[in-house]
Unconditional design. Sequence first.
Lengths: 330, 330
Amino acid sequence: MADVARHAGVSAMSVSRALKDPDLVSPAARQRIAAAIDELGYVLDLAAGSLSSKRTGFVAAIIPSLNNSNFSDTARGITDELEGTGLQLLLGSNDYSIEREEELVEAMLRRRPEGIIVTSGSHTKRTRRMLEAAGIPVVETWDVPDAPIDQIVGFSNAEAMALLVRTLAAKGYHKFGYIGGTTERDTRGSQRREGFVSALSRMGLPSGRLISFGVPPISMEQGGQAVVEMLTHWPDTEVVICVSDLSAFGAIMECQRRGMKVPGDIAIAGFGNYEIAECCHPRITSVDVDCYNIGRQAARQLHISIKGEESEEVPSLTLTQYRVIERESA
Amino acid sequence: MADVARHAGVSAMSVSRALKDPDLVSPAARQRIAAAIDELGYVLDLAAGSLSSKRTGFVAAIIPSLNNSNFSDTARGITDELEGTGLQLLLGSNDYSIEREEELVEAMLRRRPEGIIVTSGSHTKRTRRMLEAAGIPVVETWDVPDAPIDQIVGFSNAEAMALLVRTLAAKGYHKFGYIGGTTERDTRGSQRREGFVSALSRMGLPSGRLISFGVPPISMEQGGQAVVEMLTHWPDTEVVICVSDLSAFGAIMECQRRGMKVPGDIAIAGFGNYEIAECCHPRITSVDVDCYNIGRQAARQLHISIKGEESEEVPSLTLTQYRVIERESA
DNA sequence: CTTGTCTATGTTATCGATACCATCAATTCA
DNA sequence: TGAATTGATGGTATCGATAACATAGACAAG
């Protein structure tokens, strides 16, 4: 920056101003500075800038998996909302592992984000402590934890699943099956399973047939294998609910491969309203959970908290919408 | 850090050493320092560290889209390869826009990455200039550009597509259709289309029927719409190749919805060997392109270049493998 | 003509860690 | 036994920007 300043015949301070608040610099100087920057190929060094200004200009977010359109939609929501705020997104994925999450949180906090968005669910003790001690706003998303760290933007996965069960029961289904495990790896999946079980019992329906298969998140392929297991154990199952549309899709395809009609011989529903649910044949009955807006809202709250204006208060709990989308598969 | 040092009764320098090279500090001091860090909840500030050490400890990567398992597999490959090297990944996605790419590159370079991985294809002039001037290793992936910036890890999308055409021609197909546009947004898609056209002409087959539909990348849904258009214009088409498995899947489902048999009435093939290709019914004939290893190899080369040891030379062009996977759909 | 205000600009101290060099004690070797 | 080596530790300058304050000139108001 000193070089640029010399070239333009001004002080370094003016260069700094020209870059971050051009109005403070006279047009003539501004132009000379721009020319010098261009000639020297100068690129501002944010590390130095943030050391002195105490503002790093980015927020961190951690999602379970990149390769899952639900979560990448949330990431897109965050990015879009941050556009124009002067904040950038540092994105990490933890492959559904809370140990990996701990490493990521530490690595990110070392770079001093101004806020952080994590996917709700269980965290290691150390992760919690680090987040609480960081002194920055924290938003947990995608679920409603019992003991929140700071802010929450999410919905009850259990209730959303219960709504799906009620909707299907109203269509006359009686014998329910469920595909998807219980595990710390995928707390949202576990909550859905709990919601499934308790909804059936509340409604006085025969208790569900539960299949866990493979390590969550369950893939398409595993959805197919699981439905085979389901049909072997309980051939009279009328409707199978899967923890996500991806496994539901795998299950449907496997049934078709075996010559079974969906929903004629067996009905299958999913969760998440992925693109595939709308597009496959038969189209999959699912629960839409507004992933994109979870991201937008989380980022909006974070941004407000960071600006720290008294006038704007941020709710500690924001519930997002979900709804059942009935299609042909169930 | 000064606080920690005081607590532990050592100098700041020893704390710094205890964190980055513990062997240089006596076990007793190390333990006192660890205790002090824990008690104070101290987290190292990398911004300050990298200002003084000139090492930021991260590399940047830009992919076209998060929500595409091909590219997120590449990102996973990068992350895995970087594990244990002391380098972190800063990931960005540009939604297939080269303007957005320019912004991202600038924002990332301001944070001084030690290397950068971009998805090959067209870049804005300014992006090129910035990358060339950055003085760090640059790896372009996923394609083989005519005028590389620095290193390349990729394959010829045109040749890969030509291989698919030849494979299908060998199975007796004659009248080929292609779904997927030409555009700067998705240069890899454009290359595939060129490969398709030139392969047909080289083999003396009737020239292909080309459909562009929507803005690339083409979604599942748009694949379905495009195949309808194809069948309206050229009802005698025998086999349709889609720019990716996602549009191929949409096309297959749409055909089934209309009561057509795939591959009985029409054959359909895709590209990319996404999970869905293996899992849907019928399974989709596709081209596997080893996305994960593109990421690993790119990160490996970057890491070697960054270490800068004389003994290890990095190839400026690394071609990755691809192969046609024949399944039921074509 | 003086005082006050505003704009454009420069000077200095500082952010928090680390590179580099210096020091000192303990150990090894000739 | 003295010199050389090794290991642990500390002091100081420094990385590159920016906050905070200072200054100088232009202009308006009284």
